[in-house]
Design a protein around this ligand. Structure first.
Ligand code: GLN
Length: 184
């Protein structure tokens, strides 16, 4: 399987290591030419969603990647990657829920960024994930999914009753970091 990892900012090295360990043939997406390669799955890593979105626009990657996502290419997204995909932003202070124009808006969820506050900014917990029990889940300045905007979304994990990983059509997205605990 050929996995293209968005590598403009953030934790793309960890995402690459995860997919290599899964046996995938991994390449980085840094510029437009990289999108010419055959790809079976797009991986969107953690990092800083605002910066990633801006770089996607500046590098001319935003529209072609959006086309791939909307066209059904399988997507695996963690944390900032999930934020980039979200249809709606639910940050305190964002009154009308409008998402920044450099976010894809491809996944029908509302997200609140940095939802766990300062003290709980980063933590690991264990729980059920996609039929597996006692699965380690590491949250790093994680967003929360505050609303599911389609009845067809499958919830793969929860924390404190709120969804933390979801699957919808071609997209699997996590507020936590499966790539950091794959072997734990
Ligand atoms: N809080 C970051 C953001 O808003 C996401 C953090 C992460 O990807 N680990 O983009």
């Amino acid at each position: 399987m050929k996995v293209g990892v968005l590598a403009v900012q953030g934790a793309f090295a960890e995402m690459e290591a995860y997919w290599r360990a899964e046996g995938a043939d991994v390449f980085e997406i840094r510029q437009l030419a990289d999108l010419g390669r055959p790809v079976d799955l797009l991986a969107l890593p953690g990092g800083e969603s605002t910066v990633q979105g801006k770089l996607l626009k500046d590098l001319g990657l935003f529209d072609p990647i959006k086309k791939l996502i909307d066209g059904g290419l399988p997507v695996f997204a963690t944390c900032a990657g999930l934020i980039l995909l979200a249809e709606k932003i639910d940050d305190p202070g964002s009154r009308d829920g409008t998402r920044p124009e450099q976010w894809f808006g491809a996944l029908p969820v509302a997200v609140r960024r940095n939802a766990y506050g300062r003290q709980l900014g980063s933590f690991t917990t264990r729980g059920d994930f996609d039929g597996k029990h006692d699965f380690p889940m590491t949250f790093i300045r994680a967003p929360a999914i505050t609303d599911l905007l389609s009845p067809d979304i499958e919830v793969l994990s929860t924390f404190d009753g709120a969804p933390t990983a979801v699957r919808w059509r071609n997209i699997t997205a996590f507020t936590w970091h499966p790539e950091l605990n794959a072997t734990a």
